[in-house]
Design a protein around this ligand. Sequence first.
Ligand code: ZN
Length: 356
Amino acid sequence: MPNPLTPQVLADPIALTRALVDIESVSGNEKEIADAVQEALEACAHLRVERIGHTVIARTELGREQRVVLAGHLDTVPIADNFPSTVDGKIMWGCGTSDMKSGTAIALHLAATCPDPRYDVTYFFYECEEVEAVRNGLKIVGDLRPELLEADFAVLLEPTYGIVEAGCQGTMRARVRTSGVRAHAARSWLGDNAIHKAGEVLRRLSDYQAREVEIDGCRYREGLNAVSIKGGVAGNVIPDACEIEVNFRFAPDRSEEQAEAHLREVFGGYEIEITDSAPGALPGLSAPPAAEFLALTGATPAAKLGWTDVARFAALGIPALNFGPGDPNLAHKPDEHVEIDKIEAGAELLRRWLAG
Ligand SMILES: [Zn+2]
């Protein structure tokens, strides 16, 4: 089959979005789309193209003082009666239109049509973002060839509806345990009820005053919440154990160690076990390419509240933000769609930034 990513299609971010959406690429099935992207980029004399799994990496090597990353994932969540794409006036419908083939299309369009950018650029078109982290193409590249991630600034074109979302919050889960003494419920004074003791843990949670912090003009709002509770032996037994699982979403001015220390302080006197954790990412918007990008958008950035791949760059000390045409509220939904005007505006803005 001929490659649908022809030079004419690559030159038009809207046609390109549609062409990418119409290559089915549910996570794990990115071979066809990665082949098409790789072939299209290998035809560009100004790019050095590599492939790791179904992740395509294209770099300019112009000897510029700074290097920036533009990255988009190639995969989508499973199709929900929304494939292939349809267009109705100024709206394009279909799986991946918002998350994030419209963003990926902008990066691919720029890779193909911007041979002389003011910064060197590394473009990533990567696999398996929508599934467990071990399969994530950007993580795999970072593990195998960390030097390929090196840059002064990174833009991920995940859906943000055309606004800049910087940094991201960290997340930590922990189990807080209370213990007691098991006894027959008919002789409860011989026991010590661990579920009753959970009351104090829950009181600390409901009294908790979550912090709000402003970093580089972005407001981050933390949260500490119980997400599950377990306890009880039988209907006639005083329980000797109870476990409250909590989730802490923390602003990126705390490290994971500091977040853990904070939890141990909040739940002082109780046994606590950290079960899962991912660091946040500082917005780092004072780096020159980031500041130049923000000056062009003319808008104040918002804090990213979920966890995204920007944290991968932040962990390497590379400031990163999300900026994409899709509406994040439509991601993963059967009625997923993107506004064609947002694709045009996003492509235009990134072109002005890269072209200088
Ligand atoms: Zn996405």
